[in-house]
Design a protein. Structure first.
Ligand code: MHO
Length: 164
């Protein structure tokens, strides 16, 4: 079955670039999640008034990749202890977060985070919340690293081909 989850791990270019490399990922897009302003532009999101977070919509086939593996992969590429920051990027739009509409998924994610907390010295800041809204980002942001292979990427994409 195809499942959907929303992942915020800093600049969405790299997060999408990474998940597009994984077996079982059927579809991704980049957008702005949990915005206070409908359909915000990138410039508005950068000004932080929208409160939106850069996120990817991830559709995966749970027969090919489990939610647990999606989460393991996600936490392998971010610093979940960082506050409003990932890589070189700083601001609320770069906070880490996991969003979904399904309460069971959110419960699973919360339990997963409790389980992995012991791997970190500092406390995990990744927010786990219901998805209130998700607005597709501008077309030039979609599959940005495929369009711009030398573009900025805060994620080590080679991790996608390594076993967990
Ligand atoms: N450091 C990058 C972030 C882009 S991203 C879509 C830049 O300023 O271009 O947030």
């Amino acid at each position: 079955m195809i499942k959907t989850i929303y992942l915020a791990g800093g600049c969405f270019w790299g997060v999408q670039g990474f998940f597009d490399l994984l077996f079982g990922v059927e579809h991704t897009s980049v957008g702005y999640a949990n915005s206070k302003i409908p359909n915000p532009s990138y410039e508005l999101v950068c000004s932080s008034v929208s409160g939106a977070v850069e996120a990817i919509e991830l559709q995966y086939d749970e027969d090919k990749i489990s939610l647990e593996e999606v989460l393991e992969r996600f936490f392998s590429i971010i610093d979940p202890t960082a506050w409003n920051k990932q890589g070189n990027d700083v601001g609320t739009q770069y906070r880490s977060g996991i969003y979904a509409n399904d309460p069971k998924t959110l419960e699973f994610v919360k339990a997963f985070i409790q389980k992995i907390q012991e791997r970190y010295h500092k406390s995990i800041q990744t927010e786990v919340k219901e998805l209130e809204n998700y607005y597709l980002a501008e077309e030039y942001h979609q599959k940005y690293l495929q369009k711009n292979p030398q573009g900025y990427c805060h994620i080590d994409l080679s991790k996608a081909s390594k076993p967990l």
